[in-house]
Design a protein around this ligand. Structure first.
Ligand code: CA
Ligand code: CA
Ligand code: CA
Length: 280
């Protein structure tokens, strides 16, 4: 599914090379709504980070990965490209670094390019590479030949973040990083000397998150994801005046008031609600 076009920059740098690996790079994909219930249409943020091993290399030279939706998600959609790149990654992005061409008006493919079936496109080849060749490139790419060392070795380094809107179809959604490729610096030299790189072993075991649309958290009547005394007043309101509750908490599911699991919110839920509260 990777087109020849999108290989223009990254394939040059050994995306598919099979050299002996040096060091490890752990990729993570996180979201502030991971594991939570969200309303249809609510923003779902995501952040990609990398942690590079220290002692056996000199830091990140290239990173590329795909952000993919689980094909079994309740609804599929074209994942919009990322929006925020930390300035420390400038050496990996155009014009200083090397990336795929931008699409849809974007100046750089660092934010990912959409590939796949229309209406369910994933975001592929997020990221880019530093110019390690010792010479400045021209044409708006690889213009920075000065290599930055130690990137990713002081702790998780954010690569890119973005967001999309939660679909309206109910159920649990899962997103993960795939096809992670990382090169690390094995030697850092000043131009015009080139710096050497090696492919790292990539760990993607923590590179996924889920969220649920239309799910319920029994007892969480104010939808702040915890069940505590702040839920007492909205619980009483849900019980006594459902219409007023819907107005006061438009993004909440009133079925969070169903604490005995019979799909009704009524007086039978009072004792189970008190039971949930007394857990605190
Ligand atoms: Ca630089
Ligand atoms: Ca609550
Ligand atoms: Ca009930």
């Amino acid at each position: 599914m990777i087109s020849r076009l999108t290989c223009a920059g990254l394939c040059l740098l050994g995306l598919t090379a099979g050299a002996l690996a040096t060091g490890t790079a752990a990729l993570t994909l996180s979201s502030s709504v991971a594991g939570q219930n969200v309303a249809a249409g609510a923003p779902v943020d995501w952040t990609i980070q990398v942690t590079v091993s220290a002692g056996d290399n000199f830091g990140l030279a290239l990173i590329a990965c795909d952000l993919a939706a689980d094909p079994n998600n309740p609804a599929l959609f074209d994942i919009p490209p990322g929006t925020t790149i930390p300035t420390v990654m400038n050496g990996f992005n155009r014009p200083g670094g090397i990336t795929n061409p931008g699409e849809g008006g974007a100046l750089s493919g660092f934010i990912g390019v959409q590939r796949g079936t229309a209406g369910q496109k994933n975001l592929i080849q997020i990221g880019g590479a530093q110019n390690t060749f010792g010479q400045a490139g021209t044409g708006g790419m690889a213009t920075d030949p000065n290599v930055d060392s130690a990137i990713g070795q002081a702790g998780p380094q954010t690569i890119l973040s973005g967001s999309f809107l939660a679909p309206s179809a109910q159920g649990t959604y899962s997103f993960s990083l795939q096809n992670g490729v990382v090169n690390v610096l094995t030697q850092v030299q000043s131009p015009p000397q080139f710096s050497t790189v090696s492919r790292a072993t990539v760990d993607v075991t923590a590179a996924s998150f889920t969220f649920t649309v239309g799910g319920t958290t029994p007892g969480d009547l104010n939808c702040d994801t915890v069940v505590d005394f702040d839920d007492i007043n909205p619980f009483v309101l849900a019980l006594s005046n459902p219409e007023a509750y819907a107005l006061a908490y438009p993004d909440c599911n009133i079925l969070n008031g169903d604490c005995n699991g019979d799909s009704l919110v009524d007086f039978d839920d009072i004792n189970p609600f008190v039971g949930l509260l007394s857990g605190f």
